[in-house]
Write a protein that binds this ligand. Sequence first.
Ligand SMILES: [Zn+2]
Length: 97
Amino acid sequence: MAKIAQKQEIKRVIIEAIIKILEFEGRLPNLNRCIVCNKNIEKELSLTKTLFPTHPNCSNLISFPTNQIKELFINKTTILIEDENINSLYSIILKGF
Ligand SMILES: [Zn+2]
């Protein structure tokens, strides 16, 4: 169990670090509008591998609660994100980075 917890912790650190780098490089997208249909994002969103937001229905990608991703993008913390979503987010972020 300790090893699994440690792996989760490492993934969180890496995700937070990459988000900070993307912001530093000016590559952190705005989360307000779906890049497929250009309408407002609501309670759930999906992220492309370059972390652009879409409606889950527009992209058929894994969905996340919007508030959790906003907290990550704004405050650079994964504190609101559950372990299961951390795994999904981690693989998306690594693909695009
Ligand atoms: Zn859409």
